[in-house]
Design a protein around this ligand. Structure first.
Ligand code: GLU
Length: 497
């Protein structure tokens, strides 16, 4: 089995296209298949090398490695359509000789007029076939005389083209709606339907899996296979990815590109796992599975043909699962850009990374995506007693809890830093004895003073994180973190101010 992903490098990789790539990859990896990456850059105006690079990086990030294609070698290259022009021309000559194709000299304005009349009479706007009978000799003379021509396929009249789509079942089109379509434009560049057939055939693609927006192209492509006498591949058209309003997922729904999801802090394994679940189910009520296991279970026949509605809440659920599995060092690395953006970090030293590996997982345990990590870690890097006390309600609470706050300030200035759960709990025990308070009446003021926040991480995790942060050296690259003693002093001063 040989499958391919054939993106046009005209922008960022859309998650719908990433899902198409993923289905191809799953199919190849689930069997003994080969996955080919071909770049369809025949639209010279809209294709850019930057976009190709971005697509390559997104696929690599998702873990969708390919066996042949750009940035890899292979026996079926080149894998960039812009480098295959000679191949398209040679095959067009073959079709001309077989009389399956012909030169067409119609001017754009003639075609436009025909189109207009057809539409006015309620007919499908297809080419009339006016140049069909021009002989090759006449055509050659006209071209030598300076006229320009396109090459069109001679499409058989009134014939049904049927194919068995692996996702959608039998699909039937009549050639009456197709008309003789263009293979090569007058500048020699290939049209999509033509280039894709030459490439899929020469690259020996056995299964073409792509978005259902291409379904009406398939009969044209099958006609081309027939003209060459080639056996067409198996086709599978997967549904598009829709937004909650059932329109194709687009900017107005929020993030659409793999890059945006990456920047928001979704893990690649989470996005890939989620995309696999859009329109397919691995069965046995198990949804959260690593890519290789998904590949083992994947069957195209089980891909549903109803459209997949993108569900951000479900993606968040999948992401939370993988955030919990992720190694602390990896989470620390992935959080750096968000912390830098806040100004809490400039160039992470090994000491800063070690500290972050200890604290980022604490915050990551309660976020949907890593972009939210800074809000969870604000209590460490952005403590301000004065700002906390700007809130009237919190100030009133703090004023009412003066005995706790005074006892806390005394205690933390005489005892050493509470670097673990036990030393923190011992401190709470001493305060309970000294103030006679317990439960929320005791713990909430402690929370306010030490974290500056009314809610957050469990205190027996948060306080050791603060105390360990205060021990991080000044040249670590991290913004200095005040310890409990400094916080209690500052809080008391701000409350009296
Ligand atoms: N370049 C086409 C696209 O990006 C590929 C279509 C196909 O897979 O045949 O939509």
């Amino acid at each position: 089995m040989r499958v391919r992903f054939a993106p046009s490098p005209t922008g960022q990789l859309h998650v719908g296209n990433a899902r198409t790539a993923l289905f191809n990859w799953l199919l190849a990896r689930g069997g003994d298949g080969t996955f080919v990456l071909r770049i369809e850059d025949t639209d010279a105006e809209r294709s850019t090398p930057e976009s190709e690079q971005a697509i390559v990086e997104d696929l690599q990030w998702l873990g969708l490695t390919w066996d042949e294609g750009v940035e890899k070698s292979g026996d079926h290259g080149p894998y960039r359509q812009s480098e295959r022009t000679h191949i398209y021309r040679a095959h067009a000559v073959e079709l001309l000789s077989l009389k399956h194709a012909y030169h067409c000299f119609c001017l754009p304005e003639d075609l436009e007029r025909e189109r207009y009349h057809a539409l006015r009479e309620g007919l499908p706007p297809k080419y009339s076939g006016r140049c069909r009978e021009i002989s090759r000799e006449d055509a050659r003379k006209r071209i030598e005389g300076g006229e320009t021509a396109v090459i069109r396929l001679r499409v058989p009249e009134n014939r049904d083209v049927v194919f068995a789509d692996l996702v959608r079942g039998d699909v039937r089109f009549n050639t009456e709606v197709i008309g003789d379509f263009v293979l090569l434009r007058s500048d020699g560049s290939p049209a999509y339907n033509y280039a894709v057939v030459i490439d899929d055939a020469l690259m020996e693609i056995s299964h073409v899996i792509r978005g259902e927006d291409h379904i009406s192209n398939t009969p044209r492509q099958i006609l081309l296979y027939e003209a060459f006498g080639w056996r067409p591949p198996v086709f599978a058209h997967v549904s598009l990815v829709l937004g909650p309003d059932h329109g194709v997922l687009s900017k107005r729904h929020g993030a659409t590109s793999v890059k945006e999801f990456r920047e928001r802090g979704y893990l690649p394994e989470a996005l890939a796992n989620y995309l696999a679940l859009l329109g397919w189910s691995p069965g046995e009520d198990q949804e959260l599975l690593p890519l290789d296991e998904l590949a083992r279970r994947f069957r195209l026949e089980n891909v549903g043909h109803s459209a997949g509605v993108f569900d951000v809440d479900k993606l968040a659920w999948v992401n939370r699962h993988y955030l919990k599995l992720a190694a602390p060092e990896r989470l620390a690395q992935l959080s750096l850009s968000y912390l830098e953006r806040e100004g809490w970090l400039t160039g992470a030293s090994p000491e800063a990374l070690a500290y972050l590996a200890a604290v980022v997982p604490l915050g990551a345990a309660s976020v949907d995506r890593l972009e939210q990590i800074s809000a969870r870690l604000r209590f460490l890097f952005d403590y301000s007693a004065a700002r906390t006390l700007e809130d009237e309600g919190l100030r009133a609470e703090a004023l009412g809890a003066r005995p706790v706050i005074d006892a806390l300030a005394d205690d933390v200035s005489t005892n050493g830093p509470m670097v673990d759960r036990e030393t923190f709990r011992a401190m709470v025990g001493r305060l309970r004895e000294r103030t006679g308070l317990k439960g929320k009446a005791l713990l909430h003021p402690i929370r306010l003073v030490l974290t500056g926040e009314a809610e957050g991480l469990e205190l027996d995790l948060a306080v050791p994180a603060i105390e360990r942060g205060a021990l991080v050296g000044p040249s670590s690259g991290l913004r200095p973190i005040p310890g409990a003693a400094a916080r209690a002093t500052a809080f008391r001063a701000a409350l009296s101010a």
